[in-house]
Design a binder for this molecule. Sequence first.
Ligand SMILES: [Zn+2]
Length: 455
Amino acid sequence: MNKPVMTSFYTQLVSNVLFRLHERLKGHSTYAMLARLEQSQWLTAEQIANEQQRRLQAFISEISHKSPYYQQLLKTRGLTASDINTVADLQKLPFLTKQLITDNQQALCSGPQQQLQRYNTGGSSGVPLIFYMGKQRVSHDVAAKLRATRWWDVDIGDPEVVLWGSPIELGKQDRIKKIRDSLFRSYLLPAFEFTPAHIEAYLQQLQQLKPKMLFGYPSVIHQLALAAEARQLSLAQLGIKVVFVTSEMLFEHQRQVIERVFACPVANGYGARDAGFIAHQCPAGSLHISAEDIIVEIIGDNDQVLPVGESGEIVITHLQTQAFPFVRYRTGDMGRLSSEPCQCGRGLPVLAQVSGRTTDFMLTTAGDKLHALSLIYVLRDLEEIRQFKIIQHSLTDVEVQLVAVAPLSSSLAEQIISQFKQRLGADCNITLKQLDTIASLRNGKHRYVESKMDY
Ligand SMILES: [Zn+2]
């Protein structure tokens, strides 16, 4: 039997039948959204801006009725939904910060909280954040990702390998997700487990799974590519069409190694679990914003909106977040918008540059590289901890700075130290320092991991 035909038959089956069924059963409208997005990407920049404005008005109108937080906020400011008609009008509303989300979780919800999906993220700031998503937003974020992978000739049902640090999906839905993922042939290799033994196993799995796409952190995929090269393992024949990287800065040297080893292009993406899938790179090289539903403002040092071309903090309004609104959400990331249209012909606006995101590695006492996320996960789910920063001074000396809601109990301190030792080595000295505040970087962003080691 001819294998490529089988593969494409399965892809079509998944794409046409199973995925639609799955989405309908979950009450998602991903397919309708995808169809809309595939059309609108070819509109002119002006038409897309008009569509965005229309959706902004509908969004503000809806949350002004349903979200108690925004109902109250508009009232206090003497505004009604009809005062927010354009992107410029958004400046009448305040920024939304992680702290405001934490303090107003109930009031932000437009309906019963139990009908929403709960998410928990350390984000790039090191401040743990709990927020909620409605079905509308989940559908949108999936559709936006699918539109972008189709730019690279990868469709739903094509096997993909995801190198991701997130164990958050583990839990009661674990089994369901496993079934769904094997059905849609999306395989997760945990990026926070990255010892030499894991790398060996991951390389073997890649050869067996023959994915059409790799998706994950550039630092992790770069490490994997280097490991393959060191073993003189040829992965060029696997047939990978694209490596999609996100959540971190993509460095040029990483791009070169990844493209060489997997013999395919690297596509950059900008987004985060909290702010959504904001921008994806097209084959012509531009990071296109999913502007139909996502408004990007660039904010200067004095909180003023900067013109196109100037660098500042990226602030996001996500128009599919009716259930738990993200309006002028401060991402802490730095970037600038481009005024140049893309050669691919899509009218979607372009993010010229995103900087200021790093997710680092740390070294264990045995000298192995460890993805810093595995340490971050120890801290970010603890309710007692508001903020943290992990500093590696040497192989055997790691400092953990903490801002906690109350003095740490000795049992919690022991638990943290023990989990750090498990990951870094039993002979690593872990020092906990409880502080009142942790200083920010100049751009207001917190750096949650700092390594003083050279590697
Ligand atoms: Zn383009």
